[in-house]
Write a protein that binds this ligand. Structure first.
Ligand SMILES: Nc1nc2c(ncn2[C@@H]2O[C@H](COP(=O)(O)OP(=O)(O)OP(=O)(O)O)[C@@H](O)[C@H]2O)c(=O)[nH]1
Ligand SMILES: [Mg+2]
Length: 369
């Protein structure tokens, strides 16, 4: 939308920083749009915004909430978030949902399930950016956590749907990870992914109401026994299994107490701080690798050889390792010539015939046809 673009461009980074400091929700929303933007001008601006926020973050809890579709994540966050606000917290809810552009219905579903929070002055709800792969969504969610913290939110909840890689990604960006499960979870232990058991700090069995109470209690003891078989995710913390009903708003207090203990028990502060620093280093490295790959694939000499190599690998006429060897050899050559003389690299870039030649000499697999 052009009007949105123009408006965003007119707001300076300093105004955004000041807006966050003043806890202005409209400017927080603008800052979030800025960091989600892939427009090159916005990227420079969002970098300087993030740079200015370093050191401005207050103490916060970052909690991930995952679970299969329909387990009750949004309903739980609504009740849990309101409980947290009653304890004096300011709550930001972010969602990571890279599977598909979110339909209007889905966002609407979340809003109606988190109505109390959505209307509360002490809460801020931001759905996942509407497009992008998991890497891109995770990148902007990490930055979004920092913006929300700068705007005074001290409980950041990241909701993600528990299918595929997204829950592991979210686990790597929060301090504490909660997995919501259904009362029949105990029966499904066989099928339960090992991955999730290794990243949970607390399992919450939701929908422990009506005729499901007994099943939920049974699942609780089965899961508690199973959890012992896995290494704990967080140093000095033994994962727990609790039950609740988001619908009936029961069982929330013990979950809150468990969080308080997770964050406040002796020695936990240093452990969490260390974990955050190590996460920060991982983010930096991941960000560099992701961008590096894009930059390299965009270089004309690479663009000149990649499609042909990919075609041959797809057709089975070239071994994938031979193809990747060719690509890497070309990258090394480019890096070497760039390091010794930038002009040599330019020359290489402007010589597509050379690459074409190289490709036609590379038909290693042809003889096997
Ligand atoms: N009986 C019962 N139903 C619940 C409970 N919590 C949620 N539900 C219902 O379960 C359905 C799904 O709830 P949501 O909160 O939207 O679940 P979700 O996990 O956020 O779903 P997605 O965002 O689509 O992945 C809704 O119909 C809720 O009313 C609960 O504690 N007990
Ligand atoms: Mg939901």
């Amino acid at each position: 939308m052009p009007s949105e673009q123009v408006m965003r461009k007119n707001i300076s980074v300093d105004e955004l920083v000041e807006g966050l400091r003043r806890r202005n929700r409209r400017l927080l929303a603008k800052a979030l749009s800025l960091i989600e933007s892939t427009n090159p001008a916005d990227i420079d601006k969002s970098q300087s915004l993030l740079a200015k926020l370093t050191g401005l973050r207050g103490a916060s809890w970052r909690i991930g909430v995952s679970g299969i579709p329909g387990v009750g994540k949004s309903s739980f966050i609504e009740v849990f978030g309101r409980y947290a606000i009653d304890q004096g917290r300011r709550v930001a809810v972010l969602t990571v949902d890279p599977s598909s552009p979110r339909s209007g219905g889905s966002v609407l579903g979340d809003r109606t399930r988190m109505q109390g929070l959505a209307r509360n002055e002490a809460a801020f709800i931001r759905p996942s950016p509407s497009s992008g792969n998991l890497g891109g969504v995770a990148r902007s969610t990490r930055a979004a956590m920092l913006l929300c913290e700068a705007a005074g939110y001290d409980l950041i909840i990241v909701e993600t749907v528990g299918v595929g890689q997204s829950e592991i990604t979210v686990a790597s960006m929060v301090d504490m990870f909660l997995a919501l499960m259904l009362p029949n979870a105990g029966d499904e232990l066989q099928g339960m992914k090992r991955g999730i058991m290794e990243v949970v700090d607390t399992i919450v069995i939701n929908k422990a109401d009506g005729d499901q109470v007994r099943a939920a209690n049974k699942a609780r003891s089965q899961l508690s026994n199973t959890l012992h078989l896995f290494a704990a995710r967080s140093e000095g913390w033994t994962p727990r299994v609790l039950t609740c009903s988001a619908l009936e708003q029961r069982g929330i207090e013990p979950i809150w107490q468990s969080c308080c203990e997770f964050f406040s028990a002796a020695g936990r502060e240093q452990i969490i701080d260390r974990a955050r620093r190590s996460q920060a280093l991982d983010w930096m490295r991941q960000d560099v690798s992701a961008e590096l790959q894009r930059l390299i694939e965009d270089l004309p000499p690479l663009r000149a050889i990649l499609p042909a190599l990919e075609d041959q690998v797809r057709a089975g006429t070239m071994d994938p390792l031979v193809a990747s060897g060719r690509v890497l050899a070309r990258i090394r050559k480019l890096l070497h010539s760039a390091a010794s003389s930038p002009r040599a690299a330019d020359k290489d870039e402007s010589d597509p015939t050379d690459t074409g030649q190289a490709v036609s000499n590379m038909t290693f697999g042809k003889s096997a046809e």
